[in-house]
Design a protein around this ligand. Structure first.
Ligand SMILES: [Zn+2]
Length: 322
């Protein structure tokens, strides 16, 4: 799901409200199309929200309605290539194997077979490419939000960190903000959005600390970011949602890219669906991570993809089909 404005999200993530109401047959959930009217609020939209397992508030998961088919283009740009950054915000945000593991993941994401699953999409500026270069990480030990922040708060954090480090923002940047903040009652694991720092357009994403969070855990095997090591659950979880948000960002960076009639972007449509190969582990260089598959319009049309949670054969894993 994408483009749920904050006010709508406050309702949307109250999935128990939806489920409870629907079980009683008294109330339909508010569809994403209804939320389009809220886009244009002072801050940017949350896009590509990565709902926790079982928390997706879309109609199909609640009412068994058919899911939309292929995504369509919305007359804007895609990212022909990108530069990625990691910002660890709050005490212990990058602790354990997270800083090294995310560095390894993002370093090997560009040029991977997995990224090929997102390269069939075109925009005003060309075609999504396989180039994605990890630039650096930052550690911001200042207090992270105590609960789910606004989009503008995360944008402010990105701009503050860059400014504080004397790093110039770049228009092809994807700034991934990994916080110490726990998910609490939020029904989602992560989201992406866009804005600007000092007039330079930027893309960014927010990730909760998912340690011990079963709703946002890809499950074992967790993979290995370096020889002889097993990824921690917390690292495995944020790597999986990073694959989701970065794949969405390169195909729909600023609201003009690719999504379906229910606002589902390429990762949303295959969320929580893992490769049937290799226990779900996907190779990124010499590393392995358990990351979800990505929707392919071409595979859906041809009927050659792996099934998503709605049994639509459209998902690619970058292992065999890409
Ligand atoms: Zn998403």
């Amino acid at each position: 799901m994408r483009r749920w404005q904050i006010a709508a999200l406050g309702v949307a993530v109250g999935t128990t409200v939806f489920l409870g109401a629907c079980e009683n047959g008294t109330q339909e959930p508010t569809g994403p199309s209804a939320d389009r009217g809220l886009v244009g609020a002072p801050e940017g939209p949350m896009m590509g929200i990565h709902w926790a397992r079982g928390e997706h508030p879309g109609p199909a998961s609640v009412h068994g309605r058919p899911q939309p088919g292929n995504m369509t283009w919305h007359n804007g740009a895609i990212m022909t290539s990108s530069r990625t950054y990691a910002i660890f915000w709050g005490s212990g945000a990058g602790a354990g194997d997270k800083t090294a593991g995310i560095t390894a993941f993002l370093t090997n994401f560009g040029g991977s077979k997995y990224i090929h699953a997102s390269t069939e999409y075109t925009g005003t500026n060309g075609t999504v490419g396989t180039g994605s270069a990890f630039v650096r990480s930052f550690t911001d030990g200042s207090a992270a939000p105590s609960n789910a922040p606004s989009v503008s708060a995360v944008q402010s954090e990105v701009c503050k960190v860059l400014s504080g480090a004397g790093v110039t923002p770049v228009a092809d940047g994807i700034y991934n903000v990994y916080a110490s903040t726990k998910r609490g009652g939020a029904g989602y694991c992560a989201w992406h959005s866009y804005g600007s720092c000092n007039g330079v357009p930027v893309q960014f994403a927010w990730y909760f600390n998912l340690d011990g969070d079963s709703g946002c855990d890809p499950g074992t095997p967790y993979g290995s970011y370096t020889s002889g090591q097993t990824n921690s659950q917390g690292l495995a979880a944020i790597a999986n949602v990073t694959a989701h948000e970065v794949s969405e960002t390169i195909t729909d960076p600023r609201n003009g890219g690719w999504y379906d009639s229910q606002n589902g972007e390429n990762a949303d449509k295959c969320a929580w669906s893992f490769s049937p190969n290799n226990g779900g582990l996907v190779a990124f260089g010499n590393t392995t991570f358990k990351v979800q598959m990505e929707w392919s319009n071409a595979a859906f049309t041809a009927g050659t993809g792996y099934a998503n949670r709605y049994s639509q054969k459209a998902c690619l894993d970058g292992v065999v089909k890409y």
